[in-house]
Design a protein around this ligand. Sequence first.
Ligand SMILES: *Cc1c(COP(=O)(O)O)cnc(C)c1O
Length: 485
Amino acid sequence: MAERIIYELGSKGRRAVDLPELDVPGGNLDAILPAGARRRTVPMLPEVDELELIRHFVRLSALNHHVEKGFYPLGSCTMKANPPVNEVLASLPGFTGAHPLWPARLIQGSLRLMAELECMLAEICGLHAVTLQPAAGAHGELTGLMVVRAYHENRGNPRKRVIIPDSAHGTNPASASLVGYETVEIKSDPDGLVDLAALERVLDEDTAVFMLTNPNTLGLFERRICQIQKMVHAKGALLYMDGANMNALLGIVRPGDTGFDLVHLNLHKTFSTPHGGGGPGSGPLVVSKRLEPFLPVPRIACRQDGTYEWDWDRPQSIGKVMTWWGNFAVLVRAYAYIRALGGAGLAEVSEGAILNANYLLALVGDRFDLPYSGPCMHEFVLSGDRQKKRGIRTLDMAKRLLDKGVHAPTVYFPIIVSEGMMIEPTETESRESVESFARALLEVADEVEHDPDLVHGAPYTTPVSRLDETRAARQPDLAYKRRGA
Ligand SMILES: *Cc1c(COP(=O)(O)O)cnc(C)c1O
């Protein structure tokens, strides 16, 4: 049956709802709405019954790929399945009904949840204090770099530079620029790790902070992290961890124990908030004791009698970085997730994520180039160079995977891998689904050899085929136009 959109369904007079009679006092709209504010033509709305309406939304919900529909190995994004029960908890009326302007005495439960979540995140990171305000990972970075700047300023010199490895997420240099720092990029060594000699060459008394992702975006653990922290601290600089990949470390390694001074986390990757589609997210910043005075206001304080209040009296704070107190519903999900799993459960999360990634790598690794060899952590990066010699690029293979009912991996990132394909299966996938994805990827590798045109023309099964992705994002044309109009 040909797809018809809702505007083309139904017929005049059909309704999905029964509206009550107009009961505006006086019964006269003219008296309430000035003539200029009223529309002059009848709006063109679809006239459909309830069943057609429901079918419309069910069909729409199935057009896009999502993790409830299939495998979603989008590297660096941790598209794992999130426990639905946490959605229920986040929508409890006591949480959703609270107004952010209510005084602290009326929201003691919400404040306690936030205070306890701060403690749990500090413990997970092996650090001292947390702000829950930042609304995303990049926002956590920005907040972190503002804290770094305030720390150095307080010691008499804000310093000039931020050092970032070439494997870093693009948000890292962007955050550094926003805070007024120059960025210096250092190349990775042949193993894909920080090149200590390159780091030594650029580290100096003008270095404010070294921003490192661990495990890095190649899915590799920085084994020399203890040496790195000594070198950085010897120059009076700070060590920042982009903790968006914390899914690999929970309960195994605490960043603070390896010398990091501050870390941001992505609650919408690691801690049970679904993401994609633009948010809302949460990127708490976790810092060591000496950085605590600079955290955003207000902080949550616990009084002697066990009640909570907002503490605005923080003279060295960088100020506020978010309207109200952060994306609260995301915090509820993270709290519930951590409490339900406990310490041992969190460690199992990361062990499962690492095991699944290494198993998948073992199943597919020899059919692709692997520029930085394993063992990997929670994700790995293949290169499509071998297939490119046959005229098929990574983009083609990614599109072909869509026909097999899975989401494509992250492609062309990190940019130091040519024809890169970054694959993160996550811990929530079963052995069977990891194996079935491996079969799909191997099928594509076979097709590249035997029927490259097939791969080149993909996808064949999606609602739209290849788009100009930049234009689709920047100038989307979403309004319905009547056919022929
Ligand atoms: C996702 C990610 C970010 C950015 O997080 P957002 O919430 O998208 O702003 C930063 N660094 C790394 C390594 C990431 O994977």
